[in-house]
Design a protein. Structure first.
Length: 659
């Protein structure tokens, strides 16, 4: 029979969430987090519909079925909690439920005083069908019920009672007729480890961390000062490329041509006679020194993250060994990287339209394989948007299959569609436009935009990077650095800073209108006074302590913006379970600001008649508030932000109350 004449599949399943591009790409979740699955499940006519959610873990052959709950208006929901890393699958199965249709009709007829003798015969057949699908004791119970329902020797009320008893209905529903069920088709879900969602990154250039002025820093120098990073509460230490740096066309200070003999070069100009992407710059130390740094970091609950930049200096071994991996100009020279008006003569991009794609892809994957073999599981990937999407989709799937704990951060400041595509093909975290969102309207709108892609795009907020010194940080002084980190660390569960430039408030730009640092660490070795008395390290420590102590700051869910009567005050809350954090930030870096915040008490779980305490996690001060409207005043010369833990008023049986 032609498919168009078949009415077996009467149920429609639509609007399944979480899905990405109708299931083309997997959604994302985190191990231990609840995954709520919803869908529209409905059929023609007035028959009852039932649905189940089925899921299975990576490598699993059998499905685990969970009943879905109707939320009304054809929307159904169920949830599960993945406990295994990797690629999961789930699907929804819906069917016309003739048993529930019959039961509903029977109850209505009984209430109306209508004779139900025939209905009991129909129901007996349904119970017989359920018995045929059951096993063991349930089968015998269902057979007995079916037989009794058509036993004329029993009173009608007895037969009805047997047919509608809670036990009978429960057993019948546990053995439904799904022979004509509609299946949504398998939907992918990648389950990552905790740090893919909640992590606090600190970026540094090891060559600038020597305690001896004028010396090139080493891995050992960084290891000796790890307590500084650990004390601030960072759990990921990100190192720019650690490989040999090319000599040809090496850049000098401030991106000038013609480097001097003592200029160290740009770490992203990878490769020399000493090796390429799997080698270590000997000025940083040996592989053993690297291992010691890795282990010292792990002892402090810090994980190393390495930079993967798929580009080469003219001196990289690949240039001679695999010239076909690079794009050649008509004069025979290799095309260097450009981002007009910027020129990067010391860098050759790889060409994904190469005549040897298989060799190139395998070679690039080999870079990840090497460093994974050296104990690294977190990578920041440089400019992934300039590499082919199919390559990333293949590579990340292969890495996750072999190492589901690997995390890749996409450094792609480009168009939204491109950034989103990189997340869809597998990147676990993504840089964002946060650095350039500074007004209340822009910040609220941007968080709304991110919510629309929350199923697959995990934003990480960085107020600065070695490439980005925003005008706000250039001109806003200490208040700008404080407020921007508070915003980054409380709006997003994943955040990071480039230090020590951040905590030491480095704000001198190369020129007016530029976001490049003067004396950028990309081109020269810097000296940092980590003990400077005006350092923001103590405040950053307090912010990171709040992040670790409050689950509400470790996830993106239940973010609520609360109105204020002053556009320079941004107020928002985050809630996870009973943990509620309320944040108020001044967006004016040059003047004190005050105003009234108008709280959504219901969203905060508060009674409008009761007092509640707000404990400032930055200053350790407590304030007692009551009702929706409360007054705040923030001074740019002090701490221009509140990060409050909300403590509801609790009354005990003995009559004492506390917060």
């Amino acid at each position: 029979m032609p498919k168009r004449w078949t009415t077996d599949k009467r149920v429609a399943i639509e609007s399944v969430t979480p899905t990405v591009d109708d299931g083309r790409f997997p959604a994302k979740s985190t191990i231990g987090d609840v995954v709520e699955v919803t869908a529209k499940v409905f059929a023609d006519g007035h028959d009852a519909v039932s649905a189940v959610l089925r899921h299975r873990h990576p490598g699993g052959r059998s499905w685990v079925s969970l009943p879905m709950t109707s939320l009304g208006n054809d929307l159904w929901s169920a949830e599960f909690t993945p406990a295994v890393l990797g690629a999961w699958e789930f699907e929804i199965m819906g069917w016309v439920d003739h048993f529930d249709t019959w039961l509903d009709g029977l109850e209505k007829k009984l209430a109306a005083g209508v004779d139900v003798s025939v209905d009991l015969e129909i129901g007996a057949r349904l119970y017989e069908g359920a018995a045929a699908r059951a096993r063991g004791k349930p089968r015998k119970s269902l057979e007995k019920i079916a037989s009794s329902m058509i036993d004329d020797s029993l009173l009608l009320t007895e037969r009805v009672g047997l047919a509608t008893s809670a036990d009978a209905v429960q057993i019948a529903r546990a053995n439904p007729d799904r022979s004509r069920a509609t299946r949504s088709g398998a939907v992918g879900l990648v389950v990552d480890r905790e740090k893919a969602t909640f992590s606090t990154w600190y970026e540094l250039f090891p060559r600038s961390w020597s305690k001896k002025p004028g010396n090139h820093g080493t891995f050992s120098d960084v290891a000796d000062r790890l307590d500084y990073v650990a004390a601030m509460g960072f759990d990921v230490l990100y190192l720019p490329p650690i490989h040999p740096i090319g000599e040809t066309l090496r850049k000098g200070p401030n991106n000038t041509l013609g480097a001097g003999p003592s200029d160290p070069g740009v770490p992203w100009a990878i490769g020399s006679a000493e090796g390429g992407h799997t080698a270590i710059n000997p000025k940083l130390g040996t592989l053993e020194d690297f291992h010691e740094l890795r282990d010292a970091a792990e002892a402090r609950d810090i994980e190393l993250a390495l930079d993967i930049a798929f580009q080469c200096s003219p001196d990289h071994p690949w240039v001679d060994d695999h010239p076909e991996w690079f794009r050649h100009r008509p004069d025979g020279t290799i095309q260097y990287a450009e981002n007009p008006p910027k020129k990067y003569q010391d860098i050759y991009p790889v060409d994904f339209e190469t005549s040897d794609p298989e060799g190139l892809w395998a070679g690039l994957k080999g870079v990840f394989d090497h460093w994974i073999g050296e104990g690294i599981r977190i990578f920041r990937v440089d400019n992934p948007h300039t590499k082919a999407f199919p390559f990333w989709e293949w590579l990340i799937a292969e890495l996750q299959k072999e190492h589901p704990d690997v995390i890749l951060l996409a450094e792609a400041f480009t168009r939204p569609a491109v950034m989103h595509r990189l997340a869809k093909v597998g990147f676990n975290q993504s840089y964002t436009y946060f650095a350039w969102r500074s007004t209340r309207h822009d910040l609220v709108q941007y968080m709304d935009d991110l919510e629309e892609v929350a199923h697959f795009f995990r934003p990480t907020f960085w107020p600065n990077t070695p490439d980005i010194l925003t005008e706000e940080l250039q001109t806003g002084g200490r208040a700008a650095f404080v407020s921007r980190y508070v915003l980054a660390a409380t709006l997003s569960p994943a955040c990071g800073i480039y230090g020590p430039a951040y905590e030491l408030m480095e704000n001198l730009a190369l020129r007016a209108g530029s976001e490049e640092y003067m004396h950028s660490e990309k081109y020269e070795i810097r000296e940092w006074d980590l003990d400077r008395p005006d350092s923001l390290a103590p405040l950053i420590t307090q912010v990171n302590k709040a992040r670790r102590s409050h689950p509400a700051l470790q996830r993106r869910n239940e973010l609520t913006f609360h109105p204020t009567d002053n556009d320079f005050l941004l107020c928002y809350s985050k809630k996870t379970g009973d943990d509620v954090v309320l944040v108020v930030v001044s967006l004016d870096h040059h003047h004190a600001q005050s105003g009234w915040v108008d709280l959504d008490l219901e969203r905060l779980g508060l009674d409008r008649h009761e007092r509640f305490a707000v404990d400032d996690l930055l200053t350790e001060r407590r304030y007692l508030w009551q009702g929706r409207r409360n007054f705040v005043q923030l001074d740019h010369r002090g701490v221009p932000a509140h990060v409050f833990a909300v403590r509801p008023h609790v009354r005990t049986e003995e009559g004492f109350d506390y917060f």
